[in-house]
Write a protein that binds this ligand. Structure first.
Ligand SMILES: *Cc1c(COP(=O)(O)O)cnc(C)c1O
Length: 452
């Protein structure tokens, strides 16, 4: 008898209820691929082991379901952030407000006046209002939006400094996040990097001594993910603005998008302009709490010439980003705090009350609430710990497996382990997530039956 005949057809397998749910998530051809792969593996097994290798439809479905489940893990999913890092780069930086999202729904799901003037019925420019908002938010003369701050830096350098010299302090030649290295961005933009000063000390003369006719720009880069302490000196934007010759542009990669001077360790964009910066670039998904984009703003004539560069077309965001971003920035100039800003303002008492709700629902003597710290993260205020609270559950020998199981819950909870205890920092937890955390903890602790 032909032993391959015992393997069911691809088409009948894909209609299995367990697998059909993956079709809308992964796409039918991808699910079919997975089925074919599993069947091919089984055929190989049959060849090697002969007729004794027994295979049924249920086994195939189970194997395909497992593989589809693994693939689906690559789809960004909502999680509960128990890490205490408010702007967590691996968790999508800043969450944006639901009202911002809802406002953008209609203009994105139907046709919209992206570049159309309703008064004239002709092509129209939508940039004017965005510029007005940016002026109010930062004190700039003009501003443009690009895909992210890396793109902002690249466009700035390629359009202003290609083939010319750009001076950067050795203390600011940084890598930010996954692979954004200042020297590499400079090289790609075909600007010539001129390193000045040393890692810990850079003086005004280090800059001035290196300036010649071919020097287009001094670039200051905010050290957003580390701090240098001890015997250090750097040159302020004021000092540079006062001494740089007229032909040298003073640009600042501010990074965080801080618009107020209330976040320790961060200088607001407005302040940088007051100190004499000509151009500032920043991300909009850090302290601004909006979607991923980058902004280049500053002197009108310079920003206009940057916008003339062909690369601007390459790094320009689409209507989805622009509609969401405009609403977030309007909220900002109306002084409505971003979600992460609200989180940072919660007091330890607020967090204690939240923790108590989890503890009350949990009824477990191993659980308690302990003082902890939260961080802005995402390349903002690297040094600044903010007082917070965490739920701590003593689980000797078991904490990591509980943390792993929490990541497999319907809404995964991202906790961490600290000397044999499971920790859920409440700093970045939404008020309406407490029940969900308690339910997940209960079910995971019961399932794993960790005994102390
Ligand atoms: C975050 C950051 C960047 C990179 O910004 P993206 O928006 O991730 O491209 C560059 N420079 C500084 C100083 C930053 O903080």
């Amino acid at each position: 008898m032909n032993r391959f005949a015992t393997i069911p057809q691809v088409e009948t397998i894909v209609s299995d209820i367990l697998l059909s749910r993956w079709i809308s998530v992964l796409g039918r051809p991808v699910v079919l691929d997975e089925i074919r792969t599993v069947i091919a593996e089984i055929r190989k097994g049959l060849k090697e082991k002969g007729d004794k290798f027994d295979i049924d439809r249920t086994t195939i479905v189970r194997l395909v379901d497992e593989r589809c489940g693994k693939l689906a893990l690559q789809i960004p999913r909502r999680v509960i952030n128990g890490t205490g890092i408010l702007i967590h780069t691996n968790l999508g930086r800043s969450p944006i407000s639901e009202s911002t999202w809802n406002n953008a729904l209609e203009s994105n799901c139907r046709y919209a006046t992206v570049e159309f003037n309703l008064e004239t019925g002709k092509r129209g420019n939508r940039a004017e209002l965005m510029t007005r908002i940016l002026q109010k938010m930062t004190g700039c003369e003009h501003g443009i939006v690009v895909n992210n701050n890396a793109a902002a830096m690249f466009l700035l350098l390629a359009s202003i400094a290609k083939g010319k010299r750009v001076l950067v302090s050795r203390g600011e030649l940084v890598q930010i996040g996954g692979g954004f290295r200042i020297p590499e961005i400079l090289a790609q933009s075909q600007a010539t990097l001129v390193e000045v000063g040393t890692t810990n000390i850079t003086t005004i003369d280090d800059y001035l001594d290196n300036i010649d006719d071919q020097s287009a720009m001094v670039l200051k880069v905010h050290r957003s993910n580390f701090a240098i302490r001890g015997f250090t000196r750097e040159v302020s934007v004021d000092a540079l603005a006062a001494r740089l010759p007229k032909h040298v542009l003073l640009a600042v990669d501010q990074g965080s998008g801080a618009t107020e001077d209330t976040v320790p360790g961060e200088t607001s964009i407005r302040k940088l302009f007051e100190q004499g910066a000509h151009i500032v670039t920043f991300s909009t998904d850090k302290l601004l709490g909006s979607v991923q984009a980058g902004i280049i703003c500053g002197k009108q004539s310079i920003v206009e010439s940057i916008a003339q560069h062909p690369l601007y077309r390459v790094v320009r965001p689409g209507k989805t980003v622009l509609t969401l971003l405009r609403q977030s920035l309007v909220d900002r100039i109306n002084k409505i705090p971003a979600i992460t800003e609200r989180f940072a303002r919660r007091t330890p008492d607020d967090l204690l009350r939240m923790g108590q709700k989890i503890i009350d629902a949990l009824h477990d003597s191993r659980a308690s609430i302990v003082p902890s710290t939260m961080y802005w993260g995402g390349g903002s205020s690297p040094d600044e710990a903010i007082d917070a609270m965490a739920v701590r559950i003593e689980l000797p020998g078991c904490a990591s497996s509980v943390a792993a199981s929490l990541r497999k819950e319907p809404i995964p909870v991202i906790a961490y382990v600290s000397d044999d205890a499971l920790m859920i920092n409440l700093g970045a937890v939404f008020d309406d997530e407490l029940d969900c955390i308690a339910t997940s903890l209960k079910s995971v602790l019961e399932k794993l039956s960790c005994t102390s």
